[in-house]
Write a protein that binds this ligand. Structure first.
Ligand SMILES: CC(C)(COP(=O)(O)OP(=O)(O)OC[C@H]1O[C@@H](n2cnc3c(N)ncnc32)[C@H](O)[C@@H]1OP(=O)(O)O)[C@@H](O)C(=O)NCCC(=O)NCCS
Length: 173
């Protein structure tokens, strides 16, 4: 299975259209108005017979927690256009390898119907942590679990062993 890993500035117009349409139909979000907000993200794309079948991207997330700054990767918009063929798992496997190479923790959020999928991808899942991640003093009301793959910074362990809230400076992604 061949995977392309590229920056948000290097995507084709064709891919951006596919991404936009799939995102709207899977997450009932509106059309993307300004793609530049994805410029610094790292995209993972799988094609089969020259057609995009699965993708996702990593956002660079900065978090200040208990006096220390953490640079994490946020898993975003993971979508398999062709489902149940192992493509989604392959994207996550590549994201984990990428994060390992960069010594970073991966973090994201998911609904309960995707719990099994992320377990099969060897991601950690934690329900209790969800209410401690806040953006503008609000918690994430649309998801059920924090998903993570712990990096060398041991950010998740630090959060589990302490009690403070984690303030995000960007909306839940
Ligand atoms: C979630 C999603 C990305 C999974 O991608 P996929 O390519 O269909 O998943 P895979 O084929 O790689 O599945 C990997 C494993 O997880 C299992 N799995 C996948 N979805 C599952 C589900 N909803 N419930 C239980 N098991 C599931 C598969 O059976 C497979 O198991 P195996 O390794 O034992 O064979 C895909 O269903 C999707 O695009 N959903 C809509 C968008 C979405 O919710 N994205 C996630 C946002 S957090």
């Amino acid at each position: 299975m061949k995977i392309e890993i590229k920056k948000g500035t290097k995507l084709s117009k064709e891919f951006i259209d596919i991404f936009d349409k799939a995102k709207q139909s899977e997450f009932t979000s509106g059309p993307i108005k300004d793609f530049s907000k994805y410029s610094s993200d790292i995209f993972f794309i799988i094609k089969s017979n020259n057609k995009t079948v699965s993708f996702g991207h990593l956002k660079k997330i900065k978090i200040d927690y208990l006096g220390k700054q953490y640079n994490l990767f946020g898993i975003a918009n993971l979508i398999s256009i062709r489902k149940g063929e192992g493509y989604g798992k392959n994207i996550v496997k590549n994201m984990i390898n990428y994060a390992k190479k960069k010594n970073k923790t991966l973090i994201g959020f998911c609904k309960k119907h995707n719990k099994k999928f992320y377990e099969k991808c060897n991601m950690g899942l934690n329900k209790q942590l969800l209410k401690r991640f806040l953006y503008k003093n609000s918690m994430n009301k649309h998801e059920d679990y924090v998903i993570y793959f712990e990096g060398k910074d041991e950010f998740i362990q630090k959060v589990i062993l302490t009690k403070s809230n984690i303030t995000l400076h960007i909306p839940f992604w």
